[in-house]
Write a protein that binds this ligand. Structure first.
Ligand code: NAP
Length: 287
């Protein structure tokens, strides 16, 4: 699958800690191979203290750019001098593009999620959306839902002050709908759950083997459950929804969507349609 290397090969990569699990190299290299481009994408283990140094290497090595994952996204938004409006609003960078030696920070998570939701014909327009979590991924989910013209967004978080801070940040965004901040216990409120058209898990609880209570049965039969986390099997958040035969999706589509956008930013051309999602599904054992 991976591209052949030559003396002219240009490189992109993902920086993270941990990074070994990343499926980005599989997706990007599949696109390079399909396009027969002399480019390659790697994964580098970059600890929290090494980010500045590793970003300088992007310029020194004339790399195309890098994707950032945990723990670098928020710090990069603080240290990069050039940020897209979206990265500034999200206070998070997942994509650093090298434009003639100048690094530009962008964030493709919200657009990746929006593209995936629209592709799955999820209609949030004028409807109530409940988002569990208030970290960087939740911010992307709020922005995606604003763009999809949700009528009401409820941010439910374990630390309610963090949900309130996220709500205030988006209150200044043009075209914003009603946004509310609630404690995570609101997910057991059958009145609220009964009004939800879309329930998004943007917490990292499942990754840690932790859980929070949610009244799945109270949600309308056409309610969509979406987990930003992804796995080979239905995630712990999605399992009860699957058992109730509700529409359920994990974040693999969002991952593919943000990756396709990053590919276009790095290479100034889109990947061939379907190649990056197919590579991802292959590695998740779903093809
Ligand atoms: P983050 O900034 O660390 O935020 C984590 C969130 O999870 C916080 O709101 C935290 O609540 C909450 N949380 C953690 N443990 C919990 C528990 N036991 N019960 C309830 N809430 C809990 O992380 P992030 O960057 O936003 O990422 C969140 C998830 O999104 C991760 O699983 C990540 O893999 C996924 N993600 C997926 C994609 C994709 O492309 N599919 C992209 C980005 C992120 P507190 O505020 O109370 O601590």
């Amino acid at each position: 699958m991976s591209a052949k290397l030559s003396g002219r090969t240009l490189f992109a990569a993902v920086y993270g800690d941990p990074v070994e699990h990343s499926l980005s190299p599989a997706m990007h290299n599949a696109a390079y191979a399909a396009l027969e481009m002399d480019r390659a994408y790697g994964a580098f283990h970059v600890g929290a203290q090494k980010l500045r140094e590793a970003l300088r290497a992007v310029v020194a090595l004339e790399m195309l750019g890098v994707n950032l994952t945990v723990p670098h996204k928020e710090r990069a938004a603080r240290i990069l001098p050039k940020l897209s409006d979206e990265a500034r609003l999200l206070r998070s960078v997942n994509c650093v593009i090298n434009r003639e030696g100048v690094l530009h920070g962008d964030n493709t998570d919200a657009r990746g999620l929006e593209t995936d939701l629209r592709g799955k014909q999820v209609d949030a327009a004028g409807k109530a959306v409940v988002i569990a979590g208030a970290g960087g991924a939740a911010a992307s989910a709020v922005l995606a839902c604003i763009r999809m013209r949700a009528g009401r967004i409820v941010i439910a978080n374990r630390t309610q002050a963090r949900a309130a801070a996220l709500m205030r940040r988006f209150a200044r965004v043009r075209g914003v709908c009603a946004i509310e901040a609630k404690p995570i216990s609101v997910l057991t409120n059958s009145t609220l759950m009964g009004q939800a058209a879309l329930i998004i898990n943007a917490t990292s609880a499942g990754l840690r083997g932790e859980e929070f209570a949610l009244d799945y049965a109270a949600a309308p039969s056409d309610c969509v459950f979406y987990d930003l986390s992804y796995a080979r099997q239905p995630t712990p958040f999605l399992m009860p929804a699957v058992a109730l035969e509700r529409r359920s999706y994990d974040g693999a589509g969002m991952l593919a969507g943000q990756g396709e956008l990053a590919f276009e930013l790095f290479n100034r051309r889109p990947p061939p349609p379907g190649v990056m999602p197919a590579a991802l599904m292959h590695y998740l054992g779903r093809d």
